[in-house]
Design a protein around this ligand. Structure first.
Ligand SMILES: *Cc1c(COP(=O)(O)O)cnc(C)c1O
Length: 393
């Protein structure tokens, strides 16, 4: 053991502790769900991104069992070496068809999809423009690409236009990529996609939209927010994850055939990483098929109903069914931690979200609703939350 390293790390951890920013892993006792076991208790879980409560759904478990028997557990190599198995290509075919795109490519996580795709597309001669609230994976991809990076205030279209103008003048015919999310992960609001599409077309830029919190929930057959708005075929790079509403794990990109080819050749997170497990690829394929079925539509309907019930209780901004994410912003990290602890006491798992996940001074409880919650659980949570944030406050 290196004493200096130990002392250095302990000192840094104490620094986090002093700011109420130290994090710890919490080990659940069973699997994922709207209710989870922890510390010998059963808690209502309002922190999961398993929006449709699919992760333990029998048909997905069966798909996993079937795949593990046929293909084994691991892919054994990267896709380009010898890890490209039938479930991978089936999943990509299903994704492309469902999304109405020419092609799709899957990565072993959404994080890898973001980083791999942006770094493959952009280089140091190019400009990447991000919404201020874009997810860490998108920021990391942009940084790692070496491109000139610009950030516009959240949903501020005028500032975005200013940056597009600047980028266009600067680089003549160079590449410009605008990157955003359809539903923002920590705020649950949406980006102004119609305006974004207009702007990027006016300035000859490309648009990448991360549908991590939109796919499976919104749009026809759960295709996402872009589909709901009729904008999907005007967006060059549609990204998403299989790890949230789809109940498995992995990331995807949908777009043109040339885009897929280029990523297969140049996305380092794809080329230099072992293929997604064939088990997860099969689970992803089964989830896509299910989303397109009547059962999928029904489940989405339940989630949407929960969202509108919770909105009607005064949570979220402006009501309506915008997303399954409801931030309860409390300010300082310490206050968010206290609120989270008191909710835990009352039987609700709603972790505090702090810096650096959100800006300093905007620590919050991030409530996520899933189709597995009952209306009465929502009511109870609403009462418990009012103590910390009275309606309208
Ligand atoms: C969760 C998330 C990701 C990463 O996806 P994983 O599959 O969990 O790696 C990317 N973007 C956004 C907006 C996310 O919320």
């Amino acid at each position: 053991m290196n004493r200096e390293l130990e002392a250095d790390l302990k000192e840094r951890l104490r620094g986090l502790e002093a700011e109420s920013l130290r994090r710890e892993l919490r080990r659940l006792e069973g699997g994922q769900g709207a209710q989870v076991a922890w510390g010998g208790r059963v808690l209502h879980n309002f922190s999961s991104n398993d929006y449709l409560s699919l992760s333990r759904e029998p048909f997905l478990v069966e798909a996993a069992k079937d795949a593990v028997e046929r293909y084994g557990t691991g892919a054994g190599a990267s896709r380009l070496v010898c890890g490209n198995l039938p479930p991978h290509e089936e999943l990509e075919g299903l994704l492309a068809e469902w999304k109405g795109a020419e092609a799709a490519l899957v990565y072993s996580s959404g994080y890898a999809a973001a980083v791999g795709t942006i770094t493959a597309l952009m280089g140091k001669e190019d400009v990447v423009i991000l919404d201020k609230l874009a997810h860490a994976s998108l920021i990391d991809g942009a940084r790692l690409s070496g491109a000139v990076l610009r950030v516009f205030p959240h949903n501020h279209m005028q500032r975005l236009e200013g940056l597009l103008k600047w980028a266009r003048q600067r680089s003549g015919s160079g590449r410009i990529l605008v990157v955003t999310e359809s539903v923002f992960s920590m705020d649950g609001d949406r980006s102004l996609l119609a305006e974004l599409v207009e702007l990027k077309e006016r300035y000859g830029a490309w648009l990448m939209v991360d549908e991590a919190h939109g796919v499976g929930i919104f749009g026809g057959e759960g295709r996402g927010v872009l589909d709901e708005l009729g904008l999907a075929n005007r967006v060059e790079v549609q990204m998403g994850t299989l790890s949230k509403a789809l109940g498995g794990s992995g990331g995807y990109v949908c777009g043109s055939r040339a885009l897929r080819e280029w990523l297969v050749n140049r996305a380092r997170a794809f080329v230099y990483s072992t293929a997604m497990s064939p088990v997860m690829a099969a689970v992803g394929g089964a989830a896509v098929r299910w989303l397109r079925s009547e059962a999928g539509e029904e489940r989405r309907g339940i989630l949407r109903k929960r969202i509108s019930e919770f909105s009607a209780m005064g949570f979220g901004e402006g009501g309506g069914v915008k997303s399954a994410i409801f931030p309860v912003v409390l300010g300082e990290a310490e206050r968010a931690l206290k609120a989270s602890a008191s909710l835990l006491e009352a039987g609700f798992l709603v972790p505090a979200i702090r810096y650096p996940t959100v800006a300093r001074g905007s620590a919050r409880l991030r409530v996520t609703l899933t189709a597995g919650h009952s209306e009465s659980a929502l009511q109870e949570l609403g009462c418990a939350l009012r103590e910390w944030k009275p309606p309208g406050a």
